[in-house]
Design a protein around this ligand. Sequence first.
Ligand SMILES: O=C(O)c1ccccc1NCC(=O)[C@H](O)[C@H](O)COP(=O)(O)O
Length: 250
Amino acid sequence: MNATEEFAPAVRSILDAAARRPVPDDRVSVDGASLSNALAAADADGRVPLIAEVKPTSPTTEGTHTEDPVDLARAMVDGGATALSVLTEPEHFGGSVENLERVREAVDVPVLRKDFLLEPGHLDAVEADAALVIARFVDDVGEMVTAARERGFEPLVEVHSETELETALDAGATLVGVNNRDLASLTVDLGTFERVAPRAPDDVTLVAESGISTPADVRRMREAGADGLLVGSAIMAGEPRRSTEELVYA
Ligand SMILES: O=C(O)c1ccccc1NCC(=O)[C@H](O)[C@H](O)COP(=O)(O)O
């Protein structure tokens, strides 16, 4: 991992909390549904392949959404979401492994575990279909990609720069998220995806993450090559079914 001094204080706090998390004794083994196949199927159906995020709060969100995560998840799926992302980080995002378990039980779409996983043992806290691996935060991306696949998760490797993209590809990632949010400063710039995406080979499934809030943003990311979009705040801020629909049929 890069020196943590370069990150915003909120991100340093997230990483400190993640490092303190206990590692479960038993290894998870799951027969996860393929997130990348689901994104491709939605695209073939003429829908925007959208991963809607159950995100109760965050360091850049005011207040906390207290609705039942299962109600939110069902509304997002009814609105046309191809897959869901569920925050499991408790201290800064109001998430939990219980939220993920309940949501995955209630819906019939792939569910991504959204958390700050620093070592293979952190993957063992809960079953999911896919797990986020943030290239900037792990010492060995290849080790995390292998560990995720060994457990049956599809790894979504998140990058923010061309260099991190190279690291992800060298690690064998086939599903890559380009985060428009700079985790050093927490600023969002959709130009990040536009800059990084052209460097990825065609056979990699590319997800544009963060800062997407309008149908125009959706079209912009799709034109830049996004095979999928990950949207949290904009959906949580509105009525979740309607705000999902607005983006899925952009
Ligand atoms: O969202 C934050 O405030 C945040 C702060 C610090 C580290 C990570 C953060 N977000 C993680 C995410 O990746 C987003 O939840 C996800 O991409 C959705 O973004 P958005 O649609 O902008 O809510």
